[in-house]
Design a protein. Structure first.
Length: 576
């Protein structure tokens, strides 16, 4: 056992050394002239040994600070000299409610990273060879958190595409609104929109084709993708879309009166003398940013505070400055969205009851009698007459209940409304990755210890339990976000490198994603992937991605979706 522990310690030491050695990959300094000035990047090596260029921390907007706080983003000033873009910038200011329970990031955060293969003919420029598909990634995190630095180009650079990863404002900095033209809201979505404008203007300098842009995202990033499909502001800025567990019909915020929410924030940070929304906005712009983000701690407890959650809204002023002027469901029903976008959508496999269920699952409970009836029907459907939601034996049922309401149903409704207008492809992710979101959340517990060390310790301990002690943990299928471990090198310790158990699955998924940009017929691991067909009475067809096979299956959640539709519930507030 002592030898085993020494080996485990050695494994951690080697892994930490590997982190420290990544700087050795930076072997040259490519320079590119953009519309705003020149930048100097670095080079790195892809998973299969290809050299690529990376430009980290390119400014695409003015710092959203001071008088520009809560305002739509503005283009950056031009600069002289050569801007250094060899290091990632910090994430946008946020309260990390999921992992370390602490404040991190900076308010001046409107940057993006670009990764580009080095495949150019020496007799021509990147701009002359601007033919590569461009993938623009929007991170998730419920619009209140997220770390875009995690998503690098190491895997995608094997497939001759250009990858762009975008920073955007979060929580109140990105989504506060006074419900009028003072603080209009949707600043984070407008950040994303400006980054797409930047791509159209500059991506050819990196070898990318501005007429072949794929916008993709996960969770709230996926919802953002879908919202861009609905926004006239983003028309013509991208051409295909991939939404990984997210939809515009998924209500992220607890909807409250927008002005009341702004007044609540103002009161909590000491703006108590102001009466008009203009006075509130002026005061909030002068408050220390850390004081504002302190109020975001309540995001953990949405059962207690309606006012702590911020997200996309339908803007009250309907003009060219508005990102969204109608409810997404209305736009989808009317077919009022960009029809030339092909879309990939994804599902994952994963007496206080009466009092809190409506808040947890976000449905209106104004009618007490109906609310009690609905809570009882949901309990019986998922747990039977005798099952208890708190019983560990019913954890999978509890997971299904929450997933069905909060993720599957919005995606399902989106497909029903959109598939008749443009191609939609569904996949059911049932693959168990070596690095699961469940495991990472369980591993990272202490803010004072680097997350990488905690993850390493956790997986060494897990390996000992499973391979030495024979203790097998329960398995509940794929978790929300698990496919990100196959698309990106999120953590050196969990890298899907050659020889690892996830390597083949990762290569297949990255290739399928990049192939999606290139042709009308879509294949995954050699399996033809049909678009959704609503004209027949047969069940929806899903591409099922599992550990040992890739198959086309009939709708695995049809009966559960019929149950939720039979409840005819209104999302909390009935508004985005």
């Amino acid at each position: 056992m002592k030898k085993l522990i020494r080996n485990a310690v050695l494994l951690i030491a080697l892994w930490v050394d590997l982190i420290a050695s990544t700087s050795t990959l930076l072997v040259s300094s490519p320079v590119i002239e953009l519309s705003d000035g020149m930048i100097r990047g670095s080079t790195a090596i892809s998973r299969q040994g290809k050299q690529y260029s990376q430009f980290l921390g390119i400014r695409y907007a003015q710092p959203p600070i001071g008088s520009l706080r809560f305002e739509p983003p503005e283009r950056p000033d031009k600069w002289t000299g050569v801007m250094d873009t060899t290091r990632c910038k910090p994430e946008c200011l946020q309260y990390d409610a999921m992992f370390l329970k602490r404040i991190k990031g900076v308010e001046d955060c409107l940057y993006l990273n670009v990764y580009s293969p080095n495949i150019l003919n020496s007799n021509s420029t990147r701009e002359e060879q601007a033919s590569l598909p461009v993938f623009v990634f929007l991170h998730g995190g419920g619009f209140f958190s997220g770390n875009p630095r995690m998503y690098d180009g190491k895997y995608f650079m094997d497939e001759n595409v250009v990858l762009v990863v975008v920073w955007y404002r979060l929580s109140s900095f990105g989504f506060l609104s006074t419900g009028d033209d003072v603080i209009r809201g949707n600043m984070g979505l407008k950040d994303q929109n400006l980054s797409l404008q930047w791509v159209q203007e500059n991506i050819a300098k990196f070898g990318g084709n501005p007429n072949l842009v794929v916008l993709f995202g996960e969770s709230s990033g996926a919802a953002s993708v879908h919202l861009h499909m609905l926004s006239p502001m983003s028309k013509g800025l991208f051409h295909r879309a991939i939404s990984q567990t997210g939809s515009s019909l998924r209500r992220y915020p607890n909807t409250v009166n927008l002005e009341d929410q702004a007044r609540s924030l103002a009161k909590r940070v000491g703006c108590t003398e102001e009466t008009t929304t203009r006075e509130i906005a002026d005061c909030l712009k002068k408050v220390d940013a850390l004081k504002i983000v302190e109020t975001h701690r309540d995001v953990q407890d949405t059962l207690r505070s309606d006012y702590s959650v911020y997200g996309p809204i339908v803007e009250q002023v309907k003009d060219e400055k508005a990102f969204l002027t109608e409810e997404p469901e209305t736009l989808l029903k009317e077919g009022n969205f960009n029809h030339d976008r092909s879309t990939v959508a994804k599902l994952d496999s994963i007496d206080g009851w009466r009092a809190h269920l409506s808040r947890l699952l976000r449905y209106d409970d104004d009618n007490l009698e109906k609310s009690i009836s609905v809570a009882d029907r949901i309990r019986k459907f998922y747990f039977g007459d005798d099952g208890l939601p708190s019983d560990p034996r019913y954890f999978q049922n509890l997971t299904n209940m929450f997933s069905d309401r909060m993720y599957f149903l919005p995606t399902y409704n989106t497909v029903q409304l959109q598939a008749s207008q443009s191609p939609v492809y569904l996949y059911y992710f049932d693959y168990k990755t070596m690095g699961s979101v469940f495991k990472v959340v369980d591993a990272v517990q202490l803010a004072i210890i680097p997350a990488e060390i905690q993850i390493a310790r956790y997986f060494v301990k897990t390996w000992i339990n499973e391979n030495i002690l024979g203790v097998q943990p329960p398995s509940y299928g794929a978790a929300h976000g698990d496919e990100l471990f196959l698309l990106f090198n999120l953590n050196v310790f969990l890298e899907a490198r050659q020889g690892s158990i996830d390597y083949d699955a990762s290569r297949v998924m990255v290739k399928a994603w990049t192939d999606f940009a290139k042709g009308d017929k879509v294949f995954y691991d050699g399996v033809y992937w049909p678009a959704v067909d609503l004209s027949s009475n047969s069940p929806l067809k899903y591409l099922r991605i599992a550990n040992n096979s890739t198959t086309i299956i009939d709708d695995p959640i049809e009966e559960r979706m019929k149950f939720w539709k039979s409840l005819d519930l209104t999302f909390l507030g009935n508004k985005l």
